[in-house]
Design a binder for this molecule. Structure first.
Ligand SMILES: *[C@@H]1O[C@H](CO)[C@@H](O)[C@H](O)[C@H]1NC(C)=O
Ligand SMILES: *[C@@H]1O[C@H](CO)[C@@H](O)[C@H](O)[C@H]1NC(C)=O
Ligand SMILES: *[C@@H]1O[C@H](CO)[C@@H](O)[C@H](O)[C@H]1NC(C)=O
Ligand SMILES: *[C@@H]1O[C@H](CO)[C@@H](O)[C@H](O)[C@H]1NC(C)=O
Length: 968
């Protein structure tokens, strides 16, 4: 019973944040609308298509098997690039599928080479970003791929589970400090796995025996080689999907019994719950009324090919209802005009619809050229229509506009801007099915704080993005509206051609002359546009100096000033120098003036990509108490940029914006260190309504470029060859430490740090989220965040007493802000106790502490604490044998209002003497090469260190005993 309660509790913690990226739908167990897009640089090859179909057909069947007949792939869109020859069987589309595809077929990310992987920076239950498969993997389906990976379709299901259900890898990696390939259990070495029973062999990379340090850390050249062909274990897809007997995910049944003790990423992030528990609680499964019934798992493939020169198609749907009267409509008009005249790329198509009590087509879809821009901007509404708010009708008209030339609406983007609540039929939810059927994407700009709360469901369902523009009275100078428009057009272009936003901010001119430095990195320099916007633009003048000293000013042909309609100065350079530019902003008159500055540029050569930033939110609809999670990906192609300064600026319903620093440190909100994805929590809510988020990224010299970027992959490249030799020994699922050679080499080679990156600056609009149910009480109800990097650094025994040193990254009072108050640390010899009855276990108190502080360190700091493990914990009966005692630890952090953070991951400490192979003579073949001296010295040094440690511990321990009197 207790167990059930805890599971229910855990389900409350996982956020099934259905992020708006994917618009995959589920119908009677069949997933539809899955997009597999081939990158345009992948050479044309018919075999790729044949093999993709085969791969996904088999994957669909395997997905059905692993979900007990509950899910399969029903409809898959294979998007063929326009660089391939057109064929009659390809459907012509006007959409660039690649940037938003669920599955990318693209040249390798150097970190993963040909291993399929999923970009999955989210938390438990969150959607991932995309699956990446290389053309080589697909083409070699029956060759190298089959040899190296086994049945490839199983890897697809593994990746799909990462992407769709937010479950994680259930294996460890050699040398990985967080998720090691082996761990100690009852004095035996166990391969890190979600299930206990998989058997196999171990050996070092050179074919010799594995080595181990005295504390039981297996050296990183040691591999577990599963007994692939003779295995009977049924789980798990997230561990070694290619083992033929594996037919499902780990669960609570005997056949697939989940191992909650293994230090896997899945256990760490998903509260040690079996993958199947997490999956069946995903809305795809939990919300389904009745079990799916389907007679075939064969997917239907739609082959679509973007026409050559496919460009964006947008319809602006503008609110002109009564409430827009006055300043709001003027503001909107100016921003829309700048958008049409300055921003929309040549060749894209644009239409305009307005709505008040009814909707009107103001301009049909028109291809943008220097002659049509002004024609389109003249059609923009200049005043309100005085009526009510017919959002639904506006959307219907927009779809008609997209289809007016006999084209499909699919691939079109509707940019909806509204300031109020809809009050004319049909309502948004009634026309949603039509929008989904037509496959149009809706981006919504909430104009002011009264904009409808129905915008988030609309953008989510159509795969669009929401933005928020607060300043509808035009009191502050901000670019937020321009930035939302820009983001919408950018997302439609091929990834390689999308413009990069270098700068987007507001400068207060409080003297007659202001200098602004602008760094243009060397990959950029095409179609560079410097824009300066201000209500008082007539009082502003700009001089721009290039890195070589060339000057652009009001007499240059590249310079335009519009002080009437657009209120901006723009300097457009089709080709520009790169390096440090200086803008000299001159103000006439004596009053302060605010100027918004925006700089965008495109890569000179699309084959040499600049650093790009993409930012997003894990959820766009929050209910208080909650925390928002912001992500920013900083990469150059697939290479990760690490060490950049990443800051999210968050505009709140009230008061000035707040800053949140995003980190790539593998703690707090960040699931994976140094992967180029930075994340942060936000909790400083101050009211119901929308919060707009913009990420600013800066390299002021510390950033480095790493080749490739790590993500979640299936453990793959185990070769099936050479199995005969191993069959001499029986396969087992645990290993005696006596099979290992003792080593003192614990240091793993440090990962290459990367090359210093060029100086750069970027801005990325993450969009907006909406918060409801905010309570403005003074009481703090937000708990500290969950610790998920708890580790046992060392465990020691002394005079029949047992000590451990623990380490973790400290959270804050509210998630990760402010100092928390206390540490609730508990332990048990039964790992499951910490999951199922944490609060029933005895809590450690100050008297157990032998070194370190028993109060939480400041947020983000590494905390190290040494404690004595009470006899009452380790003397308890358990599976532990007399010689080996495993003690498991977990903690939660509590704030000053007694809000308790979630229970951390579980860390284990081992007590007892480990036996090792008696002498390195065991190292058969390499014997003649052995130089004994380092071993002897090593063992000597290790013993000396141990003696010193024991001495120090004794001293510290005795001292503490004197200092801390047991509480009475
Ligand atoms: C789906 O899987 C279930 C369970 O393994 C099986 O009974 C069923 O026949 C499968 N359905 C199809 C259409 O293959
Ligand atoms: C848009 O096109 C439709 C059909 O082609 C036409 O009936 C309508 O008059 C056009 N509207 C405008 C504003 O040009
Ligand atoms: C429009 O563009 C064409 C070709 O790019 C150019 O020749 C022409 O001068 C432009 N017209 C105007 C009014 O800028
Ligand atoms: C392997 O297992 C078999 C059957 O359990 C046993 O008879 C045999 O002795 C084992 N061989 C080794 C080398 O352990």
């Amino acid at each position: 019973m207790q167990h059930k309660e805890e599971i229910l509790l855990f389900l409350l913690f996982i956020q099934f944040a259905l992020q708006s990226l994917a618009v995959i739908s589920l119908e009677n167990g069949g997933y539809k609308n899955i997009v597999v897009a081939i990158h345009k640089d992948v050479p044309e090859d018919e075999k790729l298509l044949t093999n993709l179909k085969e791969l996904f057909t088999k994957a669909s069947s395997y997905l059905n098997t692993t979900t007990n007949g509950q899910a399969y792939f029903k409809e898959i869109i294979i998007a063929i690039p326009s660089t391939w020859e057109n064929k009659p069987q390809y459907e012509d589309v006007l959409k660039n599928y690649f940037p938003s595809a669920d599955v990318r077929i693209d040249h390798p990310n150097p970190y993963h080479e040909n291993d399929p992987y999923t970009l999955q920076p989210g938390g438990c239950g969150e959607h991932g970003q995309y699956i990446h498969i290389t053309p080589h993997f697909v083409k070699e389906l029956h060759g190298e791929t089959a040899d190296n990976y086994g049945p490839a379709e199983r890897h697809i299901v593994h990746e799909w589970a990462h992407l769709r259900y937010g479950v994680f890898d259930e294996y460890g990696l050699p040398g990985d400090p967080n998720y090691p390939a082996f761990y100690l259990e009852n004095g035996k070495i166990v391969p890190t796995s979600c299930i206990h029973r998989i058997t196999g062999w171990i050996e070092a990379l050179d074919g010799g025996p594995c080595s181990i340090t005295a504390d039981g850390t297996v050296s990183e050249d040691c591999r577990f080689i599963p007994n692939v062909q003779n295995e009977d274990a049924k789980a798990s897809v997230m561990y070694l999907p290619y083992i033929p007997s594996i037919t499902g995910f780990c669960d609570h049944t005997a056949e697939r019994l989940h191992n909650a003790r293994a230090p896997t990423k899945h256990n760490t992030l998903c509260w040690n719950q079996p993958t199947w528990t997490v999956i069946t609680n995903h809305p795809d499964f939990s919300k389904r009324a009745k079990r799916a019934t389907f007679i075939t798992t064969k997917p239907i493939f739609r082959l679509v090919r973007a026409q050559k020169g496919t460009a964006g198609r947008y319809v602006l749907v503008l609110d002109v209802s009564g409430s827009m009267g006055g300043e709001p409509i003027k503001l909107l008009h100016r921003a829309a005009r700048r958008f049409i005249e300055d921003r929309v790329p040549d060749g894209d198509q644009l239409g305009i619809v307005s709505f008040g009590s009814k909707a009107d087509v103001l301009h049909n879809l028109t291809r943008i050229s220097n002659t049509t821009r002004s024609q389109l901007s003249k059609a923009l509404p200049t005043k309100d229509s005085g009526g009510s708010t017919a959002i639904g009708q506006g959307l219907i008209q927009a779809v008609k506009v997209l289809k007016s030339q006999g084209e499909l609406a699919e691939g079109g983007l509707i940019i909806l801007i509204t300031d109020g609540e809809e009050n004319v039929k049909p309502l948004i939810h009634k026309i949603l099915p039509m929008l989904e059927k037509e496959k149009v994407v809706v981006n919504a700009i909430a104009f002011g704080s009264k904009a409808s709360a129905k915008l988030e469901p609309l953008t989510k369902a159509t795969g669009g993005k929401g933005f928020f523009f607060a300043d509808i009275k035009g009191k502050q100078q901000t670019n937020a509206l321009d930035s939302a428009f820009l983001d919408s057009v950018t997302s439609q272009a091929d990834l390689e051609f999308q413009p990069v936003q270098i700068l987007d901010g507001t400068i207060k001119l409080n003297s007659s002359i202001t200098f602004k430095k602008i760094d243009l990195d060397k990959e950029l320099g095409k179609n560079t546009v410097f824009t300066f916007t201000s209500k008082n633009i007539e009082n502003v003048d700009i001089i721009l100096k290039s890195p070589s000293g060339q000057v652009f000013n009001s007499s240059s042909s590249e310079y335009t000033k519009d002080a009437l309609h657009k209120l901006r100065i723009a300097i457009k350079l089709s080709e520009s120098e790169t390096g440090r530019w200086t803008a000299i902003i001159r103000r006439s008159g004596s009053t302060d003036v605010a100027v918004s500055v925006s700089v965008i540029s495109e890569p000179k050569d699309p084959r040499i990509q600049p650093v790009r930033v993409r930012s997003w939110l894990s959820n766009v609809q929050l209910k208080y108490p909650a925390h928002a999670k912001v992500y920013a990906e900083v990469k150059k192609g697939y290479d990760a940029v690490i060490g950049a300064k990443v800051k999210a600026m968050i505009d709140r319903p009230l008061g000035p914006p707040v800053e949140v620093f995003l980190k790539d440190n593998g703690a707090g909100p960040d699931g994976s260190e140094n992967d180029g994805i930075y994340s942060g929590f936000f909790t400083q809510f101050n009211g119901n309504g929308r919060y707009a988020v913009v990420a600013n990224v800066l390299n002021d010299g510390d950033a480095k470029l790493k080749i490739g970027s790590k993500a979640s992959a299936a453990l793959a490249a185990t070769k099936f060859k050479n199995l005969k030799d191993r069959e001499k020994k029986n396969a087992t699922s645990t290993f005696q430490t006596s099979e290992f050679v003792l080593t003192n080499k614990t240091k793993k080679p440090t990962e290459p740090e990367g090359e210093p990156a060029d100086v750069f600056e970027r801005v990325s609009n993450a969009g907006a989220f909406r918060l409801d149910d905010f309570k403005a009480n003074d009481e703090d109800i937000i708990p500290p965040s969950r610790v998920f990097d708890l580790k046992v650094l060392s465990s020691n025994e002394l005079a029949n007493k047992k000590f451990v040193t623990l380490k973790w990254t400290s959270p804050g009072d509210d998630v990760d802000v402010g100092n928390a108050t206390s540490i609730d640390l508990r332990a048990s010899v039964i790992a499951e106790d910490l999951l199922e009855r944490f609060t029933a276990l005895e809590s450690f108190n100050k008297t157990s502490v032998v070194d370190g502080n028993f109060t939480p360190a400041p947020p983000g700091e590494m905390q190290v604490l040494s404690v004595e493990v009470p006899n009452t914990v380790w003397q308890k009966n358990s599976n532990n044998s007399a010689e080996h005692i495993d003690v498991y630890f977990a903690l939660r952090i509590i704030d000053d209002n007694n809000n308790k953070g979630n229970v951390s991951n579980i860390a284990s400490g081992h007590f007892g003497k480990l036996e090792f192979a008696s002498s390195p003579i065991f190292m058969v073949k390499a014997a003649e090469k052995i130089n004994w001296l380092p071993y002897i010295i090593g063992i000597g040094v290790a013993s000396l260190i141990a003696i010193i440690l024991i001495f120090i511990l004794t001293v510290v321990y005795c001292k503490r005993r004197k200092t801390y009197k047991p509480e009475t």
